[in-house]
Write a protein that binds this ligand. Structure first.
Ligand code: MG
Length: 295
């Protein structure tokens, strides 16, 4: 009898040990479960190390690429700047007559009190096209930031020809991979500095754009080139695109290797609807630089 009780107790104890081990294993695998690809808690920087960029130093969307120094911009630079006499006003706060969706239909973003706001239904683009231009655009990131971090926070973009993105993002007191923050040539070149204003405040981009050119043999002879002032601070200076931005309309998938695809130098300006982040835009005007006609 005593022996039988001993055996029963021993089996019982062994079962408990096995159960405890199983529980530990489950808890451990749960606790160490990797986060979703690219996602990171607020204190960490999301990122990837898949494709080395030209120069061989940094990967596309590299979390280790240094964060640009923070510069506090002046209180105002070109906020609410009246357009010069030779500018084409693309948005004066009243209507979206100069804009369309990617199917050529009227743009459906909300127009409210002098600004437009990203609305469900896709990006919007200008009806006009230009080769080389000076673009003034003002934007404000959403003030609702709770639980939002990195690429999820006020993401939009200035997408030239739906192929080349100057990133719009709330990069004020929030980090993401350096080549994806506000003013970055997305996936390619971080801004020289981070001149962001807080969410809800109007910020300016003054962008000087030169279209890429191909010769008659379809050989690239001039890369797309951009200079950007963010809130009056130079953040890109004659920066050349490696090729089309990954993850937008230029035929390069997100996290894919950028490359050029020949196209006309005449390009449209597109504003990005990124998961309907309610980014606002106002006072958009453009000056055609007529560089090709210069004597
Ligand atoms: Mg974007």
């Amino acid at each position: 009898m005593k022996f039988k009780v001993f055996v029963q107790n021993a089996l019982h104890a062994r079962a408990l040990v096995l159960l405890a081990a199983l529980a530990m294993t489950c808890w451990s695998s749960f606790a160490q479960a990797p986060p979703a690809a690219g996602a990171a808690p607020k204190e960490q920087i999301e990122g990837f190390k898949e494709h080395l960029l030209p120069g061989g130093k940094w990967y596309q969307h590299d979390s280790d690429r240094p964060q640009p120094p923070i510069v506090t911009p002046g209180a105002a630079f070109s906020q609410a700047a009246p357009p010069p006499s030779d500018a084409e006003v693309l948005f004066d706060g009243k209507d979206l007559a100069k804009w369309q969706n990617d199917r050529g239909q009227a743009a459906n973003w909300k127009v409210l009190d002098g600004y437009m706001e990203v609305t469900r239904g896709g990006d919007i683009r200008t009806r006009g096209k230009w080769s080389d231009f000076q673009l003034h655009v003002e934007w404000a990131a959403p003030t609702q930031t709770a639980g939002l971090h990195g690429q999820s926070r006020g993401n939009s973009g200035i997408l030239i020809n739906n192929m080349y993105e100057v990133q719009v993002l709330d990069s004020y007191n929030d980090k993401t991979y350096a080549d994806g923050q506000a003013g970055a040539i997305y996936g390619q070149m971080p801004p020289l500095v981070n001149a962001s204003k807080p969410p809800g405040e109007w910020q300016t981009y003054d962008i000087i754009w030169e279209s890429p050119r191909w010769n008659d043999n379809h050989e690239l002879v001039q890369k797309a080139c951009v200079t950007v002032l963010h809130n009056g601070v130079v953040i890109q200076h004659k920066a050349e695109f490696i090729g089309s931005t990954d993850g937008i309309g230029g035929g390069v998938p997100w996290r894919g290797t950028s490359k050029y695809t020949p196209h006309s130098p005449e390009v449209f300006v597109q504003l990005q609807n990124h998961n309907t982040n309610p980014v606002r835009f106002r006072n958009i005007w453009l000056r055609d630089l007529h560089l090709a006609e210069r004597q």
